[in-house]
Design a protein around this ligand. Structure first.
Ligand code: CA
Ligand code: CA
Length: 187
């Protein structure tokens, strides 16, 4: 019995799992390689940081959303970024607090990022009602993620501002539609 040692070299590149095979070849005449056991598969395990760090993109940390009105459908997009490691499929969970179920179509969810995917989005949708409401603030938080995927502590939250809706201060209108004034009267 002979032992063959294969050593992996450390490099500075972030890499995911890598697989390759080692095959035995007969060196001279007479040597016979067992066709069933002549191949070994080798896996170099991914770097520890290969899954990366995930966070909310800086431009998405203040989001304005409102009830659907006219051409606006009531949605807003929160962008997520992952890096420098982008290897492996990962999941990240988010929620909105306070949990106002009547305000958003979804107040929690999961985002999947595939192997080598570095960006993803969460689409929020405000629900329409007839209630006059003042502007309110919510917080979206990345709550947890696949083990090994780190959530950036500085990019964990986004401030969600729900615009005032349905005339919270009442509707103002003129009681008189034509107001006549002349320059002379003011003199
Ligand atoms: Ca409304
Ligand atoms: Ca409303």
């Amino acid at each position: 019995m002979k032992t063959l040692v294969i050593r992996a070299l450390a490099d500075t590149t972030l890499e995911g799992d890598e697989h390759f095979t080692v095959r035995l070849f007969p060196a001279g005449s007479g040597a016979v390689i067992d066709p069933l056991n002549g191949i070994a598969t080798i896996t170099i395990r991914a770097d520890k940081a290969a899954l990366g760090i995930i966070g909310i993109e800086e431009a998405s940390r203040n989001i304005l959303i409102g009830e659907p009105q006219g051409d606006y459908n009531g949605s807003a997009v929160v962008s997520l970024v992952r890096g420098p490691g982008v290897f492996g499929e990962v999941l990240v969970y988010w929620n909105i607090t306070p949990a106002a179920i009547s305000q958003f179509e979804e107040i929690s969810g999961t985002v999947t990022m595939r192997d080598r995917q570095s960006a993803a989005t969460i689409t929020l949708k405000a629900l329409d009602d007839e209630l006059p409401e003042e502007r309110r603030e919510f917080q979206l938080t990345l709550t947890s993620a696949t083990s090994g995927l780190e959530i950036s502590p500085i990019a964990k939250h986004a401030r969600i501002i729900m615009a005032a809706s349905d005339n919270p201060y009442g509707r103002f209108s003129f009681t008189q539609h034509q107001i006549m004034a002349s320059e002379e009267e003011g003199m």
